[in-house]
Design a protein around this ligand. Structure first.
Ligand code: SF4
Length: 299
């Protein structure tokens, strides 16, 4: 296949995939919402979950986005150095966003900073966001897509703690964000926590943590224990679905960590909402694709 044809094919597939993920929630998010609804004993909370399921059924039937805020589009790309379209990826992902914006349709969420006008295309200076991991000796390409809505982005924060503040300081930082801004993010929340040296390392890890399957556990036993303790702690606040009260407030808590400077603890939190629009697609070098997040998706 000629390279231009391959670029066109991958652009089409990504445009359709982005549009699909705006309408249909990932399998694990839907399953978790059903689990929380079943475990909830607050009648109002049950009604809110039922409204979410009705919303999802209508979105699928009418082919309309799951939430009106279809977010700023972000990609985490893990690309093998041997993937044939590695040089074209940035351009084709931008084209795919343009196409998905008009075809799905998606809300226009790209405002040029300092100029303060909406481009109307969901693209702008360095938007969509693309984070890269270039992987040697591989010829496939994994793409995580994420629709970063305004409300669920709002609780995001990062700071560097004094080392003496320890993991108690990390816990306090996360819980402070949940009690002050958690409501803005349409709970139940998926909470991503990054622990590293500086604000940008922690912040990127906290976003990455949102891309893993719900209920993933950090391979480090202590970090995994902290995920569970934070989950229990945030649930105990009683925020409930849409902040209307309930026994459960989180879809999950995921921690991503990196080794740190001994004199600093960088910590960051990023939040996903009940309409957690993430997707994961893997292309081989022939552009055969595997989708891990949405079992019903055929491109
Ligand atoms: S927080 Fe999520 S569900 Fe709520 S308005 Fe924003 S994108 Fe939509």
């Amino acid at each position: 296949m000629a390279s231009d044809a391959m670029v066109q094919k991958m652009t089409d597939m990504m445009a359709r995939f982005i549009g699909y993920t705006g309408i249909i929630l990932p399998d694990d998010v839907t399953a978790k919402l059903k689990e929380l609804r079943a475990k909830e004993d607050n009648p109002l909370a049950k009604v809110i979950y039922d409204t979410m399921f009705r919303n999802q059924a209508l979105a699928e039937e009418m082919r309309r986005p799951s939430c009106q805020d279809t977010g700023a589009i972000q990609f985490w790309v893990r690309c093998g150095t041997g993937f044939p379209l590695i040089n074209d990826l940035a351009g084709l992902l931008r084209q795919a966003v343009l196409r998905a914006t008009s075809d799905t349709p998606l809300r226009h969420n790209a405002v040029e900073t300092f100029e303060e006008y909406n481009t109307g295309t969901n693209t702008g200076k360095d938007l969509p966001t693309i984070w890269w991991e270039i992987v040697p000796n591989r010829d496939d390409c994994e793409i995580y897509t994420y629709m970063a809505g305004g409300g669920c982005t709002l609780p995001g924060a990062a700071m560097v703690l004094m080392p003496g503040e320890g993991y108690e300081g990390v816990t306090k930082f996360v819980l402070d964000r949940m009690t002050s801004y958690g409501l803005n993010a349409c709970p139940p929340l998926l909470v991503g926590v990054g622990v590293a040296t500086s604000v940008e390392t922690a912040a990127l890890l906290s976003k990455k943590a949102l891309l893993w399957p719900i209920g993933s556990r950090n391979p480090n036993e202590r970090a995994a224990k902290m995920e569970k303790l934070l989950e229990d702690g945030i649930n105990a606040i009683g925020i409930g679905p849409q902040g209307m009260g309930g026994r459960y407030s989180v879809l999950g808590v995921h921690i991503e960590n990196a080794a740190r400077h001994p004199s600093a603890i960088g910590v960051a939190v990023n939040v996903g909402c009940w309409s957690h629009r993430r997707g994961h697609i893997i292309f081989d070098r022939e552009l055969n694709c595997t989708i891990t997040t949405h079992s019903g998706c055929v491109l």
